[in-house]
Design a protein around this ligand. Structure first.
Ligand code: H79
Length: 450
């Protein structure tokens, strides 16, 4: 049973409008973290800071005043938004999420509500507009990342305001936040949605009514606007899922640097996974330590995301000069090479309704109904066991890259739990391989025997 909420979920179940259908079918996106933190790149006065580079202002030993003056050095000589967009396009990204303002409060657009913007750097120009225009030009949809945490605004605080003065100052921060969000939607009319972050502070969690009404205004400004579950809490302080357990807003935004394992984990909702290349670096860090993901691992995460009805968003952290580091450029190239051949298994695809199988992931095109076997683990035997639903035959299987390469299949058995078949691969793949599968119906009565 559910209780009446004023500021909980305003719709139950997935949005079915055209813009949300587009979002759902992206498959692959790019995240960009770019701001003042790209200048120190995880180091300050020769000292290496192991935490996330975009958080360096808050690590001990980093004087806040020095950080807050970094804007005087922001002059990215190599910044070429068209080159970023071309690279993202070649990788196969169909949307981009760009940090307009991270926790430090620095705006890469010339906001008229603060001086702490790109307009007051030596660069002067509106980098956000350059990025939006460049991605628009290549047909990649733009979403704006916006942090509610703002270490630069004097009215901002993390803990719930207590004194009269704190409360008054926090009201100025709320007005500022509302103004900036309306400014972003006004200045960048092609942006399709907002990706919120830094909304876990007690001060913000207590703003259910304010955030809900602001969201209503933002949605009225931009029909079709897409906002994830990380923007507002309900009146009981519940985040992402309201007091009744219903998802708030348009998709679940809880999958940061992690992935759901089974379809049960996603509760029938839309969702995105945002992923870093190293363990936990979003902004540019000049010295990545620890494990750095390979393109094969990232392609597998993308396949897992799409097979479980989500989008996969890979992060890039350009440096202080606007250069995308060679490691990221190489990954973009390798993922792009794979997508060039195999994008049909990712775009417009989702959960296939079949259980996870040992060799990899199954996706299904939402329009054609075709299945795609995305094969990562080939057994020593070279034989894949494929389980279809009861009453379903194996049908036709062929290589996506070489459709003339069809597979002979061998029935193992049929049962009420499902029908199992072997297919014998002809070669040992050197990269994740996609097999198109056009499954067929069986005549249950004559074929299933016990
Ligand atoms: O922009 C990137 C990160 O800098 C940002 N989100 C990505 C996209 C980010 N900020 N903080 N975090 C990620 C992690 C924060 C975790 C914590 Fe908490 C905040 C630990 C304690 C406070 C939220 C609330 C998670 C646990 C409690």
């Amino acid at each position: 049973s559910s209780i009446a909420l004023q500021h909980g979920a305003h719709h139950i179940g997935k949005r079915t409008d055209a813009q949300m259908e587009i979002w759902r079918n992206y498959g692959l996106g790019q995240f960009i973290h770019w701001g003042l933190y790209a200048i120190p790149g995880g180091h300050w006065q020769g000292k290496y800071y192991p935490g996330a580079a975009e958080w360096i202002r808050s690590w001990s030993g980093m004087p806040n005043e020095d950080y807050d003056h970094l804007y005087q050095q922001f002059n990215p000589k190599n910044f070429d938004a068209n080159a970023w967009a071309a690279q993202a396009k070649a990788m196969g990204a169909r949307y981009v999420i760009i940090t307009t303002k991270h926790h430090d409060g620095f705006c890469i657009w010339p906001s008229k509500y603060t001086d702490y913007t790109i307009a007051n750097t030596p660069y002067k120009k509106d980098a956000l507009k350059e990025i939006v225009d460049a991605y628009d030009a290549v047909g990649i949809d733009v979403y704006l990342y916006f942090s509610i945490i703002d270490w630069n605004h004097k009215g901002y605080q993390s803990a719930a305001p207590k004194t009269v003065a704190e409360k008054r100052d926090y009201e100025t921060f709320k007005t500022f936040t509302a103004n900036q969000l309306k400014e972003l939607l006004t200045n960048y009319p092609s942006a399709k949605g907002l990706w919120f972050d830094g909304t876990w502070d007690a001060a913000w969690v207590a703003q259910a009514a304010f955030a809900d009404s602001l969201e209503t205004e933002l949605r009225a400004m931009r029909p079709g606007l897409i906002i994830g579950s990380r923007f507002r809490a309900d009146e009981n302080g519940k985040r992402h899922f309201d007091t009744n357990g219903d998802l708030m807003d348009d998709y679940e935004q809880g999958w940061e640097r992690k992935l759901p394992k089974t379809i049960a984990d996603i509760h029938g909702n839309d969702w995105d996974c945002v992923m870093t290349v190293p363990e936990n670096q979003w902004g540019y860090h000049s010295e990545w330590r620890g494990h750095v993901k390979t393109s094969t691992e990232l392609i597998e995460m993308m396949a897992q995301s799409v097979a479980l009805d989500g989008n996969f968003v890979l992060n890039f952290g350009p440096d202080g000069q606007g250069t995308i580091r060679p490691e990221e450029a190489k990954l973009a190239q390798e993922i792009g090479d794979w997508m060039q051949i195999n994008h049909e298994a990712i775009y417009d695809c989702g959960y296939a309704g079949l259980e996870k199988q040992d060799w990899g992931y199954i996706t299904q095109n939402r329009k054609t109904g075709k299945y795609y076997l995305i094969v990562f683990n080939v057994p020593v035997s070279g034989t894949l066991k494929i389980k279809n639903a009861s009453g379903k035959g194996i049908g036709k299987l062929y290589d996506l890259a070489h459709p003339e390469q069809q597979y002979e299949t061998e029935e193992i058995h049929r049962s009420a739990e499902g029908n199992e078949y072997f297919i014998h691969l002809k070669d040992k793949p050197t990269q994740p391989k996609v097999i198109v599968w056009e499954s067929s119906d069986l005549d249950q009565d004559s074929d299933v025997r016990y």
